[in-house]
Design a protein around this ligand. Structure first.
Ligand SMILES: O=C(O)CCC(=O)C(=O)O
Length: 355
């Protein structure tokens, strides 16, 4: 084993990130000597990873390239609906993704699809290979589907979001889209969802995304393809270069009503559809509340509409103050006062997290 000289001390700011230290090890300068592009434990060095407060978070040893397997060996964690928060968080930390099998009844998925049906004729067919020339996308499922609203804050989504994005003062819904991959669709380019934010090389997770299986997802019909473990691959430190192709990926096969969750740093993409039927999925995005949402929720879900919704859902889509002085309006007003002008809300810039 080659020790890094001087030892690389990688500083991280949050305990969750310390758990990802196996990936951060790849920041070590000696990584240059390593040809392994995928394995999360391989680094031709020994590094120490420390929390910002100075406590050691872990040490990672190189097994040597010869002993190094790649992320193909990191499987998609399969979890039951009664999974504990720790197991869910551990799966997302380690693999960057997981499938919660048959989380909701398939009739719920059918109801969402039916409620969006009137918008199918207007749906956009991709204008680029990335969007998919045989892929149909129906936007705004939240205002259009009461059934989707009933599961938008599913406890599993909230638990996963708190785990992955809990380093921020708050996080929220960012977008959703009904994605139907049609016959003859070709594979989508592997990508990280977080690239939408100007390709900034965030040192922590900023998104927790997902895909509800509205039909069964199979390899043949275009199940979302993921590269488990690519969330903590050290290439992050090299500036978000595209490194993974479909050959590195595995299909997230799952039954209707199952949920694929993945972090914004995970490489993934829509699969090719080699069947005669459409693969339908409801894609989800959530982000830390100090980032712009993917879709403009104040246009999609204006105050008159949101007035009929529970406060928690209104807050979740963005009618909430965030961080330190974000999201207020007028004379330091709470945004929910625009939804409910007859109710009284605290004014001020209050942060969600106490000082
Ligand atoms: O439809 C899918 O399975 C994934 C789609 C996707 O990742 C995207 O369009 O960004």
């Amino acid at each position: 084993m080659v020790a890094c000289d001087p030892p690389a001390i990688l500083t991280v700011t949050h305990p969750h990130l310390a758990q990802r230290a196996g990936g951060l090890v790849a920041n070590c300068p000696a990584k240059a000597a390593s040809a392994c592009s995928l394995c999360i434990t391989h680094a031709a060095t020994l590094c120490a990873v420390r929390l910002k407060n100075g406590s050691a978070a872990g040490q990672f040893h190189c097994a040597g390239e010869a002993n190094c397997d790649n992320t193909a060996d990191v499987e998609i964690p399969r979890l039951d609906p009664d999974v504990t928060a720790d197991r869910l968080g551990d799966a997302l930390t380690r693999a960057g993704c997981c499938v919660i099998d048959e989380l909701v009844d398939r009739t719920l998925m059918r109801d969402i699809s039916d409620e969006l049906d009137e918008h199918r004729a207007n749906a956009s067919i991709g204008a680029s290979s990335f969007e998919g020339h045989h892929t149909r996308r129906i936007g705004s499922p939240l205002p259009r589907s009461a059934t989707f609203r009933s599961i938008a804050m599913h406890p599993i989504v909230l638990t996963a979001g708190d785990y992955v994005l809990g380093h921020a003062t708050s996080w929220r819904y960012s977008a959703a889209e009904f994605i139907e991959i049609g016959p003859d669709e070709t594979p989508q380019r592997m990508h990280r969802d977080q690239w939408k934010y100007d390709m900034v090389d965030f040192p922590f997770e900023i998104e927790l995304n997902g895909m509800w299986a509205v039909t069964d997802f199979t390899e043949a019909n275009g199940a979302t393809r993921v590269v488990p473990g690519s969330n903590i691959h050290g290439e992050r430190a090299a500036g978000n270069r595209e490194t993974f192709s479909i050959d590195d990926s595995v299909p997230a096969e799952m039954a209707c009503g199952s949920l694929l969750l993945y972090t914004g740093s995970l490489y993934h993409g829509g699969g090719p559809n080699q069947t005669e039927t459409w693969r339908s999925g409801l894609s989800l995005q959530h982000a830390v509340a100090w980032l712009t949402q993917s879709t403009n929720q104040f246009l999609e879900c204006p105050p008159d509409m949101v007035r009929e919704w529970p406060d928690e859902l209104a807050r979740f889509v963005g009618y909430a103050k965030a961080g330190n002085g974000l999201g207020y309006w007028g004379d330091s007003e709470d945004p929910l006062s625009a939804v409910h002008p007859n109710r009284t809300f605290d004014r001020g810039w209050a942060t969600v997290r106490p000082d």
